[in-house]
Structures are given as structure tokens and as C-alpha cells.
Design a protein around this ligand. Structure first.
Ligand SMILES: NC(=O)c1ccc[n+]([C@@H]2O[C@H](COP(=O)([O-])OP(=O)(O)OC[C@H]3O[C@@H](n4cnc5c(N)ncnc54)[C@H](O)[C@@H]3O)[C@@H](O)[C@H]2O)c1
Length: 361
């Protein structure tokens, strides 16, 4: 997994922990235990403060994101380790929208970083592909596009109904995510960057993406950048994922293409993500949801959460600890120590991962 940008590189860290609902409450403490084991011997003072924001509290008190929560997270914490939100008792999922989208939008976490790295070749559905073929980063714009919730209904519920959903793209928003992708590629000497849009059909919004891309790329002659329409990118990713190092795209396409990419390396159980504003409090989470169908059974796979924690440590500038966490997952996969979703039989892997991190730190 390529590195991600730094928060501060400082020696201390204060982490807000939001396990959320369902298996979020199982995988997040597991990840915290592995971080503790990896950092204990290295004189890395790290403080975890847990918050009980989720369905239980919402149903009990009607509170999703408490007053002052955003300011507190922004001012008092370096990063947030997040589990998952979603509970069948809250069919509207209102608490999840308030908390997760609230944090993404109001902390202005404009970079959604979704790395895809094949950690063991038996987890790719592609034939004859090895870890050297599948190692890329998708940057999805995370605060604009079709997700801003601008739109409405006309004649709702009638045969003449019309629904409008606006795709909002600001020059500032487009430029900062494209620039972030170029900076990332340059800093890591990754040569190949692909900007993807649908400018042949979305002739206004994605014309803006085209123009900004063409301007910004002139500042990065050391990065070999190209453009692909999103439909072509989807095909090319499956045909030959080895041609990509960094992909940057809009909110909707990034949502979809990063799931496709994640599946090339084993899918939900192995997919982490970061919601990042470089230099500011940022949020790291596994890609999976709260999995109510297996919650409480002790079989939830913590790998996505541990890999998200590895991204968090990288963000703090703690490279060795970040690598150790990833290495613990690689070793577990190599030894076939996995939960049932990855074909194994181990109930929870926490003690194995903690031991690995302690022994090797
Ligand atoms: N970021 C988030 O908080 C987030 C993301 C996706 C879905 N959700 C919410 O989660 C709830 C359930 O959604 P869903 O079922 O579509 O998606 P999901 O990711 O929760 O589960 C999909 C399938 O994958 C399995 N699975 C997921 N994570 C797993 C893990 N770590 N270990 C083993 N198996 C795992 C589940 O058992 C289920 O069969 C919904 O309320 C949804 O809105 C939240």
C-alpha cells in the first residue's frame, strides 16, 4: 500500500475512536489493540478516547452527532478511527448520515484515499495476477459532486414525477483533489497517474475536470499522466490493473471504481480507506459496513480496520509502525489465519495480530 500524507510527524497522538454499530464495535477495539501492541515498545505515546456515537445512543437520547463534537474533533484530536454505522432499528439511517457524512463534509475531508494492494495472490479473482500487478491508489473527491444533496422532486408520487439531483463541482474542489493526486504521485515517485471522468457526456461538470487537469498536469512533467473515460477505466482495471499507480476522479465514479479495485485484491474484508484533509484531523475506516447479519457472533474480520489503522499511522508519520500493522495482516494471510469470510475458520484474530505486533515491534 503506498504511503499517505502526513499530519505532523510528531511523537504523540490523540485518536478519537468511534466504533459505531454492529461489527464496528468488534473490529475497532481489535484494531486499537494491534496499534497499542505495535507502538508500545517504540516510545510512541498514543491516547485513545472512545465515543459512543451510533444507533444505541440515537435511539436512547435522539442524539447522533452531539453539539460541539465537530469542533472538539477538529481542535483536540489528530485523527479519528471509525468503525461502521448502520442498524436495522434505524431504517432511515439518519444517525449514520448525520455522523459520517457530517464528519466528511464539515471537517472538509476532501480526499477519499482508497488503496488497493494485493497482499496475497490467492485473494484476487483475476487469473495469473500477483501482488506486483495490483498496487494502486484511488483518490475520490469526497465533498462535492452528486453527493451534496442538492435537488428535489416535482409532482412526487404521480405518474408525471420528476426527480432532480445536481452534480456540484467547484474549481477549487476539483483542483485540490487533482493536485493532491499529483503531489502524492510525485512524492512517492509513482510515475503513472490517471484522471478519469465522463467529459464526453457530462459536458459542463467534467469539462471543468478536463480543463483543471490539463492546467495542473503542466506543473508535474515528472509524472506520466493520462486521461481515461470512466467506462474505459472500469474495463482497463480488470484487463490489466498493473498499468495504474494513482487514479483520481469525482465523488460518484470514485465510489464505484474504488469498490471495483478493492475487489481485485480480496474485497470488503481487506479494504481500508482514509477520509483526509492533509494537515488536519482526518478519519480512517474499513470500507465494510456494520454487517448486522454477523454482528455479535465473534466472526467479524478485523483486517480492514487494522489496514485502516495502518493508514492512520502513516498519516501521523509513524512509518515503521504502519508497516508493522500491514505486515501482521500479510503474515496472517500467508499462514492462512483468517476469519470465515476469507475462507478460514479462526473466530477472531485479535490475539494473533497483537502477538505478532508485540513480537516484531
Ligand atoms: N462506512 C459505513 O459505516 C458503512 C459502509 C457500508 C454500509 N454501511 C451500513 O452497514 C449496514 C449493512 O450494510 P451492507 O450489508 O450493505 O454492507 P456490509 O459491508 O455491512 O456487509 C456486506 C456483507 O459483507 C459481510 N461483511 C462485511 N464486513 C465484514 C467483516 N469485517 N467480516 C466479515 N464479514 C463482513 C457481511 O456479513 C455481509 O454479508 C447498512 O446499514 C449500511 O448502511 C455502513
Amino acid at each position: 500500500m503506498p504511503n499517505i500524507p502526513l499530519r505532523s510527524g510528531g511523537p504523540n497522538a490523540r485518536i478519537a475512536v468511534i466504533p459505531g454499530d454492529g461489527i464496528g464495535k468488534e473490529v475497532t477495539p481489535a484494531a486499537v489493540a494491534v496499534i497499542r501492541a505495535a507502538t508500545a515498545k517504540r516510545n510512541r505515546p498514543i491516547e485513545f478516547i472512545e465515543f459512543d456515537w451510533g444507533a444505541d445512543r440515537y435511539l436512547r437520547e435522539g442524539v447522533s452527532l452531539p453539539d460541539g463534537a465537530l469542533e472538539m474533533l477538529r481542535d483536540e484530536f489528530d485523527a479519528i478511527l471509525f468503525g461502521a454505522l448502520g442498524d436495522p432499528r434505524v431504517p432511515s439511517n439518519q444517525h449514520a448520515a448525520d455522523i459520517l457524512l457530517g464528519l466528511r463534509f464539515k471537517l472538509d475531508l476532501y480526499v477519499n484515499a482508497r488503496p488497493t494492494e494485493l497482499l496475497h495472490e490467492r485473494f484476487t479473482p483475476l487469473r495469473d495476477r500477483t501482488p506486483k500487478d495490483i498496487n494502486l491508489m484511488v483518490f475520490r473527491e469526497n465533498t462535492e459532486g452528486l453527493y451534496v444533496g442538492v435537488g428535489g422532486f416535482f409532482k412526487k408520487g404521480t405518474a408525471d414525477e420528476i426527480a432532480v439531483q445536481e452534480d456540484v463541482n467547484s474549481r477549487k474542489g476539483v483542483e485540490r483533489i487533482i493536485r493532491h493526486a499529483f503531489d502524492y504521485a510525485r512524492a512517492r515517485k509513482l510515475k503513472r497517474l490517471c484522471m478519469s471522468d465522463k467529459s464526453n457526456a457530462m459536458t459542463f461538470a467534467h469539462d471543468l475536470w478536463q480543463r483543471v487537469f490539463k492546467t495542473v498536469r503542466t506543473e508535474y512533467p515528472d509524472v506520466d499522466s493520462r486521461h481515461l473515460y470512466i467506462d474505459t477505466l472500469a474495463m482497463e482495471l480488470v484487463r490489466d490493473p498493473s498499468q495504474f499507480d494513482v487514479i483520481v476522479t469525482c465523488n460518484l465514479f470514485g465510489d464505484i471504481i474504488s469498490d471495483l479495485a478493492a475487489q481485485l485484491a480480496g474485497g470488503l474484508g481487506l479494504a481500508p480507506s482514509g477520509n483526509i484533509h492533509p494537515g488536519k484531523t482526518s478519519l480512517f475506516e474499513p470500507v465494510h459496513g456494520s454487517a448486522p447479519n454477523i454482528a455479535g457472533k465473534g466472526i467479524a474480520n478485523p483486517f480492514g480496520s487494522v489496514l485502516a489503522s495502518s493508514m492512520l499511522l502513516e498519516f501521523l508519520g509513524w512509518h515503521e509502525e504502519a508497516t508493522l500493522l500491514k505486515q501482521s495482516i500479510k503474515s496472517a494471510l500467508a499462514e492462512n489465519i483468517t476469519t470465515p469470510d476469507l475462507g478460514g475458520s479462526k473466530p477472531t484474530l485479535v490475539s494473533w495480530l497483537v502477538n505478532y505486533a508485540s513480537k516484531n515491534s
